[in-house]
Design a protein around this ligand. Structure first.
Ligand code: ADP
Ligand code: MG
Length: 691
């Protein structure tokens, strides 16, 4: 059984490499076989440079026309390569003298890399390259699609290819267990596990390239099915356990909630009331609530959460509110205090950054129950933090917390044989089938109505050619004392390239807008620095915030009334909608400008039009689904909602009903295959211990 053979059984794998492989979760030969390619590269053809487009990954060949080292922010080697159909710039940030000497004018190179739009036209950052002699044959070499594996430090791509070769050599019939019931495979005409594994690692020369690239080959579908099934089973087991667990039952006790409601400056919307009623019913039961509240940005989820927290307080118990960032935690702490302090309820903020002494005092008060509602980041559940009687955990912006975190919470919160109730809140609207998959352990409530009196956000869609008009618009908005965001979305795989794009944009804007105070936040910044920048923006010390898509979900800067999003045609509608929700929080009419690189495909045009036409997140999600099939709705890979390796919740949405049926069958059956299946697909931390 390959599941029992350690990676060190493979030739050339010593302790050091085994350790590096362990970081990828690869401990056995079977693990290596289930470490699947992220994608494939078609390096079988050399393509004309003139036909390159932004985002292509391609092999090209041409002659070096110019090679120069420039000193901008950093030393950069620029090489201009031409093939008669066009030219492209090769950009090197790191290079040796030898390399520089090699890249001399007049030489021919064959390169591979990802093409992007740079300052002087198309370019490739750090291409793979080699010198070729003129007239070498046009075959780029390699007769299959090249699999690209997820890697980590100390394990190169080439090494993984060699290891999978060895592992595939050991793969014989029965060497890996097929846990999916045969009846299910027959029904859906799925290939055997062995065949599927072989195929995805080493697609044959005649493979259907397009199908593989889309992840829709039957071999991939078979593996996706199995992976989704494993996740579904683990979530269903988690829920099953929760339904038997004990929790503090929290029925209505005093008029605390009525008093809170009476003090609010607004009435709950009908949707908020309905959702609160659902929560109230759950809390009254002696088993832990496992409920997700979905509601568009601004729909008023926070107040509902506050009511739930009060119900815990009403029983002398505690509630913990967990936010994904320090900044959001601070914001929640302020809001909760403003509502709960007047009722004599003690709310406290607990973050990872409080100095030791202050923190020790807070921890003491938490342990005695003097603090009734604790607001914080995951620091709330660190080692050493103890509650007196934690009856409810509220998690905001759920998509940053995967199953793994939910499991941890459950275990951390357990005391006196009782588990805390869980309330998770998300602004990501997702259709029902997907919700039933990603949240199979949760009940779902939806706040499908915005509070009255909001000024709708005006959305305009403009080609990048009209950028200068937008820059002027920023100027006048900032002169009028308002603030703006400029978002450079993730269009590159590399963090570095991404960061450089944002940096460049910030520099250009600074040049064009000398009076405007500009800040920059990006994914490479340490969290502390990022929050400091966001805080400066929130406090009005900056007028314009240039950001990669890291803009914190849920951050409230009412004075920000203009949002510019570049390359919007490359982003998911849901994400655009979320970003847009950063403005429109004050009384001034807000505008969201969606810039795109012309020309737009008809579909892209229609997608962007959806945002112009509706401000309703659920409607956006619905239209997105209609237009693209289930594309991009979740952006699951980025958000970590589910850590999936082959499956894609959106692309493989049509498998989901069958996956649910298969899961039900396996749960009704002898259950003997479940542990093996879950163990094979889920990261160690996500494996439910009872599986
Ligand atoms: P989200 O669902 O995005 O977390 P919030 O809970 O932050 O939204 O609410 C957005 C704003 O709307 C807050 O300022 C909140 O006080 C306010 N709000 C919430 N419910 C209502 C309501 N029923 N009527 C008017 N304003 C409300
Ligand atoms: Mg919120």
């Amino acid at each position: 059984m390959l599941a029992d053979r350690p990676v060190t059984a493979l030739r050339g794998v010593g302790p050091a490499l085994a350790e590096a492989l362990a970081r990828l979760g690869l401990q056995t030969v079977q693990d290596v076989l289930f470490h699947l390619p992220l994608r494939y590269e078609d390096r079988t053809r050399v393509v004309p440079i003139g036909g390159l487009r932004h985002g292509d990954r391609a092999v090209i060949e041409g002659e070096i026309q110019l090679a120069e080292v420039v000193f901008r922010r950093r030393r950069t080697l620029l090489v201009r390569l031409a093939d008669g159909t066009g030219f492209v710039t090769l950009r090197f940030f790191h290079f040796s003298a030898a390399q520089q000497a090699q890249l001399a004018r007049g030489l021919r190179l064959r390169c591979f890399g990802e093409v992007r739009m740079g300052p002087g036209g198309l370019e490739i950052v750090h291409p793979e390259y080699r010198r070729v002699t003129p007239g070498a044959d046009a075959e780029a070499g390699g007769d299959t699609l090249t699999p690209i594996y997820p890697t980590t430090e100390g394990v190169q791509q080439g090494r993984l290819r060699a290891l999978t070769d060895l592992a595939l050599g050991l793969l014989s019939q029965g060497a890996i267990v097929d846990y999916v019931p045969g009846g299910i495979l027959d029904t859906f005409e799925l290939p055997t596990l062995e065949a599927a594994v072989r195929y995805v690692h080493r697609p044959p020369p005649d493979a259907n390239v397009a199908q593989l690239a889309e992840g829709r080959h039957p071999a991939q579908r078979r593996l996706a099915f199995e992976e989704l099934l494993a996740h579904q089973l683990s979530l269903r087991l988690l829920r099953e356990a929760a339904d038997h667990d004990r929790a503090w039952d929290l029925p209505r006790r005093t008029d605390l909630i009525e008093r809170c409601l009476a003090r609010l400056s607004f009435d709950l919307t009908a949707a908020q009331l309905r959702v609160w009623n659902e929560i109230e019913r759950d809390l009254a039961r002696p088993h832990p609530m496992m409920r997700l509240v979905q509601g568009d940005v601004g729909s008023g989820k926070t107040v509902v959460a506050a009511l739930a927290a009060l119900r815990a307080v009403d029983h002398g118990a505690q509630a913990a509110v967990m936010a994904p960032t320090e900044l959001l935690a601070e914001q929640h702490a302020r809001v909760f205090s403003s509502w709960l302090d007047p009722l004599g309820v003690r709310v406290a903020l607990l973050t990872g950054r409080q100095p030791g002494k202050a923190r020790a005092v807070l921890e003491g008060d938490l342990a005695t129950g003097a603090i009734q509602v604790a607001v914080g980041t995951h620091a709330l559940f660190q080692e050493g933090v103890a509650f007196d009687r934690l009856a409810l955990v509220i998690v905001d912006e759920q998509h940053r917390f995967g199953v793994h975190q939910r499991l941890q919470l459950r275990e951390k919160g357990m005391a006196e044989g009782r588990y805390p109730h869980q309330l998770v809140m998300t602004a990501t609207p997702i259709p029902r089938t997907l919700a039933m998959t990603a949240y199979a352990d949760l009940d779902v409530s939806i706040i499908d109505e915005l509070p009255p009196g909001r000024t709708p956000i005006k959305t305009v869609v403009l080609p990048d050619a009209r950028r200068s008009e937008i820059v002027e618009r920023i100027d006048s908005a900032c002169r009028a004392g308002r603030q703006a965001y400029w978002v450079c979305p993730l269009i590159e795989e590399s963090d570095l390239v991404q960061y450089e794009a944002a940096e460049k944009t910030a520099a250009q804007l600074a040049e064009a807008l000398p009076h405007v105070r500009i800040g920059l936040v990006h994914g490479r910044m340490p969290g502390r620095q990022k929050d400091a920048m966001m805080t400066a923006f929130k406090q009005g010390k900056l007028d314009l915030l240039v950001a990669t898509t890291v803009i914190e979900v849920g951050v409230d800067v009412p004075n920000a009334s203009l949002m510019v999003i570049e390359n919007s045609e490359r982003m998911g509608l849901a994400q655009l909608h979320q970003l847009r929700g950063r403005v429109g929080r004050g009384s001034v009419e807000s505008t969201c400008v969606l810039l795109y690189q012309a020309p737009l495909t008809p579909i892209a045009r229609e997608r962007l039009a959806v945002l112009r036409e509706t401000g309703d997140g659920f409607e956006v999600a619905r239209r997105d689904l209609e237009l693209r099939g289930p594309g991009e709705l979740l952006g699951t890979r980025q958000t970590g909602l589910m850590q999936l390796r082959v499956a894609d919740l959106t692309r493989d949405a049509d498998l989901l009903p069958d996956v649910q049926r298969a899961a039900a069958l396996m749960l009704d059956g002898p259950r003997s295959n479940i542990a093996g299946l879950v163990g094979r697909w889920l990261a160690a931390g996500e494996r439910f211990r009872n599986a």
